[in-house]
Design a protein around this ligand. Sequence first.
Ligand SMILES: [Mg+2]
Length: 170
Amino acid sequence: MKLLQPDVVLGGNVFCLTPALIGHYGLKGLVLDIDDTIVPVKTTEVSEQLVTWLAEMRQECQIWLVTNNPHKQRISTIAQSLDLPYIMSAAKPSVRKLQVAVDDMGLPYSQVAMVGDRVFTDVLGGNRLGLLTILAQPISATASSFHLLRRIEFKLAKLSGVSLVATNLP
Ligand SMILES: [Mg+2]
């Protein structure tokens, strides 16, 4: 149950993750989920807001993209347009590929956060590895194929005693 608990629950999408929050938690690295965290599912274009936000984050942190998505063309296009290293088919909550990304950063795990929109993949995987876990609301209000699944996951997590109330942020 403890492994499902995000350390930080953002009140909105990933853009609520600010340099102040990065500083507050002493973060030097971010592992970002892709689908519904930084781009809507099935979207390949990256938004201007995402590019601007990443430029700001890059000044504070090393960044890797780690997704369970296996679609090479779409994922590599997104990663290349953002100029970020990536791992696909990561099978989160397995820690194996998350670990590859974090080890590449050469940082203590305590200085790296896993940022994602899913409790049973992103949060569970991040917690298993000992990263700070940050749960973001989905980037798009549009219902994705994961929408129902996410709602079921949230219900299950809450039933397990996990709090998904937005954290008061610095
Ligand atoms: Mg996702």
